[in-house]
Design a protein around this ligand. Structure first.
Ligand code: ARG
Length: 478
């Protein structure tokens, strides 16, 4: 081919068509642009620690089953450990000539331990190898994300504990609906995060299955022991079918789905924080540590953190969509398309972890609720109207009738530019004889909240119970 003739390194196949590993079937070198196009080392180097661990388990198994002599197994394991040290010290930086992390490691191993290094790939394919690496990687990332979720929940819990009796307007359709305990509002996010934490725990079970030993697609002619490697790598089980083992990415899609839901939750909270910080709401003040100014409008303080979280949410959804589409047309078993799963996973992992961290910091030290403003807000509207209807209903008036009457009360009050609390007892009694002086207590915001004492409601007693349950779950692992 012309390109190989003009390629200065064509005489050295290791430089161009990297893998000396390629069989003698190949006569000419890979086009340099195709080599770059094909290479995944630029991103899959992130898998190196898992690749080394997986390969060590494989080498031990080869020795354990007598496929290679015990001393050779030991040399392989030691050589792989040396690569780990080199990598950690920043001395192992393979370029694209290695194609991917698997070849890079195998090649370095052979440099370090000699020809015995070439035995590592006995009874294995990069197909089951990359599947193993990806699962080991995701297992560890899931643990980190679950930890971050716990930190996020802990800060929500702390804020909730401090704000059981702080009132905040509650909304439906973004219209004032009924006042709430601020703790109740915050605990709603705690519950979402709790489901996220549980969901990741469930998905972990399906990530934690070993494909190692599936070979390229059909298993292997060697007397391997798949359960042995699975046990060494702490997998909960092994794939029952080798074709499924090398080509399944359900676990990655499930992870992206769980990640998308975490982002939905963070994004909804972000949207609230952005609204709360606006001049229109003024429910919180943003601290300097978590907000930025404008380059032109000196009065501004911008909620960058929640805006970025809301914005980054789209990326994670995109990765989920990307992987679903990637998979839908793939015939069994491995196809190179699968190399595309990694950047999606890596980016989603990084995004979810950093967004959880940023939101935790924002809640913990980047914003402050303005209790004065919140009290003002819950006292200046008709969000106690339902309570007037409930008041009459308690006194025997059918609810629908009471509801209609209160509609009329709201209308007349609005016309007079009054709130319900401003009506005189006489006015109340003209509207309905069942109104008595205790109507004023019944419609005071604090009482409106306290009275919603149904299970899971915003009443202070319920909220205290909910706090206890939340604390219990955090301490006892859900
Ligand atoms: N870099 C490849 C990937 O990420 C490794 C597996 C390659 N297997 C193959 N048959 N070409 O999927």
């Amino acid at each position: 081919m012309p390109h190989s003739a003009s390629n200065p390194s064509a005489s050295n196949p290791a430089e161009t068509n990297s893998p000396e590993t390629w069989s003698q079937r190949f006569e000419s070198a890979l086009h340099p642009a195709i080599a770059r196009f094909n290479a995944s080392i630029g991103f899959d180097i992130q898998l190196i620690e898992y690749d080394l661990t997986g390969s060590q388990a494989h080498a031990k198994m080869l020795a354990h089953t007598g496929i290679i002599p015990a001393d050779e197994g030991e040399q392989l394991v030691a050589g792989l450990e040396q690569i780990r040290q080199e990598y950690r010290a920043g001395h192992f930086t393979p370029g694209i000539e290695a194609e991917d992390v698997h070849f890079a490691v195998e090649r370095r191993l052979t440099e370090l331990v000699g020809d015995v290094g070439k035995k590592l790939h006995t009874a294995r394919s990069r197909n089951d190898q990359v599947g193993t690496d990806t699962r080991l990687y995701l297992r560890s990332q899931i643990q980190t994300i679950r930890q971050r979720l716990r930190e996020f929940q802990t800060v929500l819990l702390t804020l909730a504990e401090q704000n059981v009796e702080t009132l905040i307007p509650g909304y439906t359709h973004l219209q004032r609906a009924q006042p709430l305990s601020l703790a109740h509002h915050l605990l709603a996010y705690f519950e979402m995060a709790e489901r996220d934490w549980q969901r990741l725990g469930e998905i972990y079970q399906r990530v934690n299955v070993s494909p190692l030993g599936s070979g390229a697609l059909a298993g292997t002619t060697f007397p391997i022991d798949r359960h042995y490697t699975a046990e060494l790598l702490n997998f909960g089980g092994v794939y029952a079918n080798s074709l499924d083992g090398v080509s399944d990415r359900d676990f990655a899609i499930e992870f992206l789905c769980a990640s998308s839901l975490i982002m939905v939750h963070l994004s909804r909270l972000s949207e609230e924080v952005i609204l709360w910080a606006s001049e229109e709401f003024r429910f919180i003040t943003l601290k300097d540590s978590c907000s930025t100014g404008s380059s032109i409008m000196p009065q501004k303080k911008n909620p960058d953190v929640p805006e970025l979280v809301r914005g980054k949410t789209g990326r994670v959804f995109g990765h989920l969509q990307g992987l679903l589409v990637l998979m839908k047309g793939l015939p069994l078993a491995y196809n190179k398309d699968l190399q595309e799963d990694k950047e999606a996973l890596f980016d989603a992992v990084l995004t979810v972890q950093s967004c959880l961290e940023a939101m935790t910091i924002l809640l913990r030290e980047g914003m402050e609720f303005r209790r004065d403003r919140l009290l003002e807000a819950v006292s200046e509207d008709f969000s106690n109207a339902t309570d007037v209807a409930d008041y009459l209903a308690t006194k025997g008036v059918p609810f629908r009738e009471a509801y209609n009457l209160v509609g009329k009360v709201v209308k007349t009050s609005l016309a007079q530019d009054k709130l319900l609390k401003d009506l005189t007892l006489e006015e109340w009694q003209t509207l309905h004889p069942k109104f008595e002086a205790d109507i004023y207590d019944a419609i005071a915001p604090r009482q409106v909240v306290a009275a919603r004492n149904s299970y899971g409601g915003t009443g202070f007693d319920q909220v205290r119970q909910a706090l206890k349950s939340a604390q219990h779950r955090i301490l006892n692992g859900g």
